[in-house]
Design a protein around this ligand. Structure first.
Ligand SMILES: [Zn+2]
Length: 278
């Protein structure tokens, strides 16, 4: 009996041990509005199973991507316009595979690889507008770093800081106040952050994606121009059976496991956006 009680209390404690940061485990979230900000039309891949799970569990998931991904290829035959169109369709197919509504997808249309050189005030103003329109309870973003700056490649680095700066600006009614005076929007403070592509040491929240692993593989397999031989020579969205198998294996290998379960890992932060990096 005592052993049974010990086992039961341990099982009850597991969520609090494994998911120490959010008060309720991410798997139990309901009725929240979630916004992801990313740089490229496959940056949702870091969290796509979690996002699909959240949408299925009665939350509303929105995806805001800053660039069209229009240089991400080694195929010399593809133009920037071709690639922007291909990657838009790929991302829409991936989101559809995860059950995320297509009208929840926003792309700002900036050029891939150039995000750091864009006018920051303009980009932040656009992100602030989306934050004030969507009014998320939780922001998913590249992790700008905890304690010190986290290194990311160019657009990812820019996206991490632009998202943090926009989250901060959105809460101040006198910043970008024209949106409030002229567009009827209101200031909005995002209370919680799920930061992806964090340093391993900073990850404090592992989401069990057991029920969404196959869908994640299917979703990521839609990124044909990124994950298949289409990276070197794009021949269309359809994959041969053989190549589909290769892509599936490649994608599967990227999935992390913890205690035998497939997971996605994040740094969860709750509080004012001023302190995201602390
Ligand atoms: Zn990216």
């Amino acid at each position: 009996m005592i052993r049974k009680l010990l086992f039961v209390s341990l099982v009850l404690l597991i969520p609090y041990i494994s998911f120490s940061q959010p008060e309720a485990a991410v798997e139990d979230w309901k009725g929240k509005t979630i916004l992801l900000i990313g740089a490229h039309p496959d940056d949702d891949a870091y969290s796509i199973a979690t996002l699909g799970m959240l949408q299925a569990n009665g939350n509303e998931v929105y995806i805001a991507i800053l660039t069209t991904g229009n240089v991400g290829t080694q195929d010399p035959e593809l133009s920037m316009i071709d690639l922007a169109n291909i990657r838009r369709l790929e991302e829409q197919a991936a989101l559809a595979a995860m059950g995320i509504p297509l009208d929840h997808y926003i792309n700002f249309g900036y050029d891939d690889g150039m995000l750091e050189y864009e006018n920051k005030k303009e980009v932040v103003a656009k992100l602030v507008r989306v934050i004030r329109q969507v009014r998320p309870d939780v922001l998913f973003s590249f992790d700008p770093g905890k304690g010190e700056q986290r290194w990311h490649k160019a657009d990812h680095r820019a996206s991490s800081y632009l998202a943090a700066d926009a989250a901060r600006a959105a809460m101040w009614p006198l910043l970008f106040q024209g949106q409030i005076t002229n567009e009827g929007l209101e200031a909005h403070t995002i209370p919680a952050y799920v930061l992806y592509d964090s340093s391993e040491d900073d990850i404090n929240t592992w989401v069990d994606i057991s029920d969404y692993k196959e869908r994640k593989i299917k979703a990521m397999s839609q990124y044909v121009s990124q994950w298949s031989s289409g990276w070197y020579k794009y021949t269309g969205p359809e994959l041969s059976d053989e190549e589909a198998k290769v892509v599936k294996e490649r994608v599967s290998k990227r999935i992390k496991y913890k205690d035998g379960k497939p997971v996605e890992g994040f740094r969860y932060y709750e509080g004012l956006p001023d302190n995201i990096g602390r």
